[in-house]
Design a protein around this ligand. Structure first.
Ligand SMILES: Nc1nc2c(ncn2[C@@H]2O[C@H](COP(=O)(O)OP(=O)(O)OP(=O)(O)O)[C@@H](O)[C@H]2O)c(=O)[nH]1
Ligand SMILES: [Mg+2]
Length: 260
């Protein structure tokens, strides 16, 4: 894929996309962090927007719908026939967030046990981990804990963003969904992950979900970049995964006027 190709018009984010459920959201702010908005307005986003490509890995049991989820978003297609992913595959998606180009590399990994050791060698360096389970299969939700543990062995748990995604929503009745959602919300809270429920068959929530992933990954990247470049000057501290479910707490001692 040509990284210099213009960003598609339907990949432009001017506002922060909202969470699905407030009780299992990475943060509940309505807008991007003010420091991020300010940095974008002044084009002070450093490597974000130039060479930086953020790696996102998608993990979960076999046949939960990882490949279909990525294909629905990236290609707007759906295949009802199951073709196991062998090892890994990836798609590149370009966005423009607050006027800044931003790329996500979406790594689709194999859920089948026999391909797991190949797939896990690609876990390293992820900025976001998407753990998928089937909303109609409670065992696949239980297994998400192990998928998360494996993915975190290769990544820094304090800085990676976690998303817990229930798939195949079209196959649950409203009553079944309510029951499954209760367990899934609990799991998401334990993991400190943001919860989503999607259907790749109908497309429900797929675009909203990936936009949220792109926006939160972008925001975390810009905050980290500001932290690296201006920590001494500005004296801010960025903390991730705070107890109150607010992803980024910035303890500012001195801020530039545009960020007040
Ligand atoms: N009804 C319905 N079926 C789905 C949905 N998503 C995936 N499927 C079906 O579930 C099966 C598995 O989907 P995949 O996307 O290949 O699953 P996977 O998680 O990538 O599987 P592995 O590559 O083996 O890990 C396929 O037959 C899909 O058509 C969905 O949203 N609704
Ligand atoms: Mg697959």
């Amino acid at each position: 894929m040509n990284l210099l190709a213009p960003v598609r018009r339907d990949r432009v984010l001017a506002e922060l996309p909202q969470y699905l459920r407030k009780e299992a959201a990475l943060h509940a702010r309505r807008d991007f962090h003010p420091r991020v908005t300010c940095a974008c307005q002044e084009h002070r986003t450093g490597t974000v927007g130039r060479f930086k490509i953020s790696k996102v890995i998608v993990v979960g049991d076999l046949s939960v719908g990882k490949t279909c989820l990525i294909n629905r978003f990236c290609k707007d297609t759906f295949d009802k026939n199951y073709k196991a992913t062998i090892g890994v595959d990836f798609e590149m998606e370009r966005f423009e967030v607050l006027g800044i180009p931003f790329s996500l590399q979406l790594w689709d990994t194999a859920g089948q046990e026999r391909f797991k050791c190949i797939a896990s060698t690609y876990y390293r360096g992820a900025q976001a981990i998407i753990i998928v389970f089937n909303l109609n299969d409670v065992a696949s939700l239980e297994h998400t804990k192990q998928w998360l543990a494996d993915a975190l062995k290769e990544n820094d748990p304090s800085s990676v963003l976690l998303f817990l995604v229930g798939s195949k929503k079209d196959l649950s009745t409203p009553a079944q969904y309510v029951l499954m959602e209760r367990d899934a919300l609990k799991m998401a809270q334990e993991m400190k992950a943001e919860y989503w429920a999607v259907s790749s068959l109908t497309g429900e929530n797929v675009r909203e979900f990936f936009f949220r992933v792109a926006a939160l990954t972008f925001e975390a990247n810009v905050l980290a970049e500001l932290e690296r470049s201006g920590a001494r000057r500005i004296g801010d501290v960025v903390r991730i995964n705070s107890d109150d479910n607010n992803l980024y707490l910035t303890a500012s001692r001195k801020k530039p006027p545009c960020c007040l």
